[in-house]
Design a protein around this ligand. Structure first.
Ligand code: FAD
Length: 334
């Protein structure tokens, strides 16, 4: 089942919902809210009960004020301390545990991002509970659905833990509206735990293009591009003509055509844009795992039997070295 229909939202039983309380962990960088991390709020709202958001780092009062305007949040808790910048999990986990214990939440949600994947297992270990990863659906307050084997099977997990520690797939829980809410903003507890870990530096790939993880349109290139020179010659103009982010298959990344941060798929990024246009990508199951939820999938491939055409809404059988420049020109002249 490559493009599984989303089950309907869980029934909201008000008596149960009253007992439920979610802590949604938000991400920020340099005092700017990562809107995609509001997926945790959407998951809490789907569950029912109250939703409290949590953010920590330096200058996060402003982030908390911004988050307070998002729909579906009752309260935002913030902790101002530079030790929590960059979401270092060794520092962040004990902080989160203190705040979970203080608030007595039944559920803690974070995005299934690098931050969430790094943080939540540590939080679960400190609380002696089982972590549940990458959920795409909430069946009830103790039962959650998640894809396994690169989306080839769907697992339903039931948990009896008192506090459920969960990461959520952003594409399955789109961020709520960021205006119109009026949550209370409150300071949280800071255990100021001793830490042997400190932030030293980072080396980030910089790009003026839309962020791959949250872009509306993505153009993606595969091994069919043949070389880095051809990838750089054909894909950026196509992306610019559409105002799209650039992605790549693992084969393209492994062959050095594109940066590692552009990989889409099971071991890369999960994307669900309005348009996913790929060229020279065969459609291996591990690639589909990262893009099959896209609204419209368009594929250019010279092999009419390529598996990508099984999931594509629009397919063009042809040589990408002809078709991509032709398409780029047509888009530019519109
Ligand atoms: P290929 O499979 O080689 O396909 C190239 C395609 O280009 C072919 O369909 C061919 O017909 C077409 N083509 C060639 N020349 C032209 C031309 N001139 N014009 C038009 N079409 C042309 N892959 C990912 O992408 N993301 C992942 O996250 C990922 N994770 C993995 C995890 C594991 C554990 C494993 C085992 C594999 C993973 N893979 C992943 C690899 C995956 O199995 C495939 O090998 C990979 O996706 C293939 O990339 P590709 O489609 O670019 O290359």
């Amino acid at each position: 089942q490559l493009r599984r229909a989303q089950p309907s939202a869980i029934p909201q039983y008000s008596a149960i919902a009253r007992l439920l309380s979610t802590l949604a962990v938000l991400e920020q960088r340099d005092g700017k809210l990562n809107v995609a991390s509001l997926a945790a709020v959407t998951a809490g709202a789907k569950l029912g009960g109250s939703v409290t958001a949590f953010v920590a780092g330096s200058g996060v009062k402003a982030v908390a004020d911004e988050a307070a305007k998002a729909k579906g949040i009752e309260k935002v808790i913030y902790v101002e301390n530079s030790a929590y910048d960059r979401g270092l999990p060794e520092n962040f986990a004990p902080l989160l545990v203190e705040n979970i214990k203080k608030g007595g939440y039944t559920h803690v949600f974070a995005g299934h991002s690098a931050f969430g994947k790094n943080l939540m297992p540590r939080v679960a270990a400190l609380m002696d509970t089982q972590q549940i990863s990458d959920i795409t659906h909430i069946e009830s307050e103790d039962t959650f659905v998640r894809p396994i084997y690169a989306g080839n099977a769907i697992l339903t997990v039931q948990s009896s833990d008192g506090t459920k520690i969960i990461t959520v797939r952003g594409t399955a829980f789109p961020a709520p509206e960021t205006e119109g809410g009026s949550a209370a903003v409150e300071e949280g507890v800071d255990p100021k735990a001793e830490s042997t870990t400190e932030w030293v530096s980072e080396d980030l790939a910089k790009s003026d293009r839309p962020d791959l993880g949250s872009a509306d349109k993505v153009v993606s290139g595969g091994r069919g591009l043949k070389s880095k020179e051809e990838f750089d010659r054909l894909m950026p103009p196509l992306a610019d003509a559409l105002g799209a982010a650039i992605g790549a298959s693992r084969a393209a990344v492994d062959s050095g055509f594109a940066d590692n941060s552009l990989q889409v798929g099971q071991t890369g990024k999960n994307v669900a844009p309005q348009l996913y246009l790929c060229a020279g990508i065969s459609g291996a199951i591990q690639h589909l795992a990262g893009m099959k939820d896209s609204k419209v999938i368009a594929a250019i491939n010279k092999d009419g039997d390529a598996p990508i055409f099984q999931v594509a809404d629009v397919g063009l059988v042809g040589d990408l070295f002809e078709k991509v420049p032709e398409l780029t020109e047509k888009l530019k002249s519109q």
